[in-house]
Design a protein. Structure first.
Length: 355
């Protein structure tokens, strides 16, 4: 609970300085993009999510990449104004990358992206349990086709929030929320901040015993990290003949970080260091006034130091989407409910996230 309170305090008291103009001016240049936030966006989607917990070896040539085993999902995307939600079901065996031999992953993931006119935010709440060793099929030290670790559990909590400096000409909503149409090429610099707390733990050491000679941190079975610092980046959408578009977004987080590690023997060490993390987005699609087709990827990389100078960790999460939406009349009930929600959010002091 303390972690949640800390994140909420960070969101409501520190980061609004990066979005202080959001409520003051909601105008945008209609010669660059059009918004259709008073229409309902509705359509099918395909989504693939994957999380990887990596440990780098001493020579750097043999990283251990523990991956979740999640199938591609098919579902429905619905959005109106500031709220966009989706529901999906797994394709199971229809996904060639998903195999029962890779073990079972249980997840509680709430990766919310806030895409406003002046704000781009990632709210992280990820809990994954059950991993397999990716890229090492039929290892000699495994009982089956894959080395499976149902005991490994990883958690990430926090937020990365960036202010879009030229939201009057560049729309982050067009490629990722689907309620806007960018008609002319434009871009914007991004500035903001980040706060991340995460950990990983296993019933035994993360590194298999047969490989312990290659890893100076081979006896670690629990690690915890804390990161916070400023963020800077750039986003740009290239538009071809008003309809075809390609979007790229990259931001680097210059974080101060702390790592605590515990060995299977009960010893523990703590280290402070500097950690530059990376967040990437990309999209390609075709947009019109009434419909949009877009494929996109959102990728976050957290680089985590170890107390051993020749070792480190990485937590990575990727989300791939293919979406087709129609923009249709929303009727009366949906606008009334969403507008009530908007007023409530403004009353709570989070209105700067929506505009």
């Amino acid at each position: 609970m303390k972690k949640v309170i800390t994140v909420l305090f960070f969101l409501n008291t520190v980061l609004p300085v990066f979005a202080q103009e959001a409520d003051a001016d909601i105008k945008y240049d209609t010669s660059y993009y059009q918004r259709y936030n008073q229409r309902l966006t509705l359509g099918p989607l395909l989504v693939k999510k994957n999380s990887v917990y990596s440990i780098r070896s001493q020579d750097g040539d043999f990283p251990l990449r523990y991956s979740t085993n999640n199938p591609t999902r098919i579902g429905l995307s619905i959005g109106y104004d500031w709220l966009s939600v989706s529901g999906s079901v797994g394709l199971g065996a229809l996904d060639p990358d998903y195999k029962k031999e890779k073990g079972k992953t249980t997840s509680s993931n709430f990766q919310m992206s806030v895409n406003g006119r002046s704000v781009l935010a990632d709210l992280h709440f990820q809990v994954n349990k059950g991993f397999y060793l990716r890229g090492q099929q039929d290892p000699a030290f495994a009982d089956g086709a894959y080395y499976v670790r149902p005991d490994i559990k990883t958690q990430i909590f926090g937020a990365t929030i960036r202010k879009i400096l030229k939201g009057n000409r560049f729309s982050i909503k067009a490629p990722f929320v689907y309620d806007s149409w960018q008609q002319r090429s434009s871009g914007s610099f991004l500035i903001g901040g980040e706060f991340i707390y995460g950990n990983a733990k296993g019933d035994s050491a993360f590194v298999p015993f047969n490989l312990s000679a290659s890893f100076p941190n081979a006896s670690i079975h629990y690690m915890r990290y804390l990161m916070f610092g400023p963020t800077a980046g750039y986003a740009h959408t290239f538009v071809i003949k008003k309809h075809l578009f390609v979007t790229g977004v990259a931001s680097v987080n210059g974080d101060v970080a702390q790592t605590l590690e515990k060995t299977t023997a009960g010893a523990q060490q703590t280290r402070w260091y500097f950690s530059p993390n990376l967040s990437l987005r990309g999209a390609i699609g075709y947009n019109t006034e009434k419909w949009e087709l877009v494929g996109s990827v959102i990728s976050n990389r957290f680089f985590i130091g170890s107390n051993e100078k020749d070792a480190n960790y990485q937590n990575a999460s990727d989300q791939f989407r293919l979406v087709y939406v129609r923009r249709i009349n929303a009727g009366k009930t949906i606008p009334a409910v969403i507008n009530w929600g908007r007023q409530a959010i403004h009353t709570l002091g989070f209105g700067w996230l929506l505009d």
